[in-house]
Ligand binder design. Structure first.
Ligand code: ZN
Ligand code: ZN
Length: 82
């Protein structure tokens, strides 16, 4: 059984610290995909792949997105501004 001690949500990552009976576990989670790591520098390197690869581009304004679902939400705002 784990207890969440600390949770920080940043721009690129969520940081969770768990503690069990004799172990403290800290993991960093990517906000864009399911990637997670115990090494913060690994996550920073990983996050860069998302900023460089934005294959889903809005046909209206040219804004680019890493995920199709995010593009779909964005396009909805063009269609329904309010
Ligand atoms: Zn990711
Ligand atoms: Zn757009």
């Amino acid at each position: 059984m784990f207890i969440i001690l600390y949770c920080h949500v940043g721009f690129y990552h969520s940081e969770l610290t768990f503690i069990s009976s004799n172990t403290v576990l800290k993991r960093y989670f990517c906000k864009e995909c399911l990637y997670s790591t115990i090494d913060r520098s690994n996550l920073k390197r990983h996050a860069r792949t998302h900023t460089q690869e934005r294959p889903y581009v809005c046909a209206v304004c040219g804004k680019a997105f890493t995920r199709k679902s995010n593009l779909d939400i964005h396009v909805m705002k063009h269609n329904f501004p309010n």
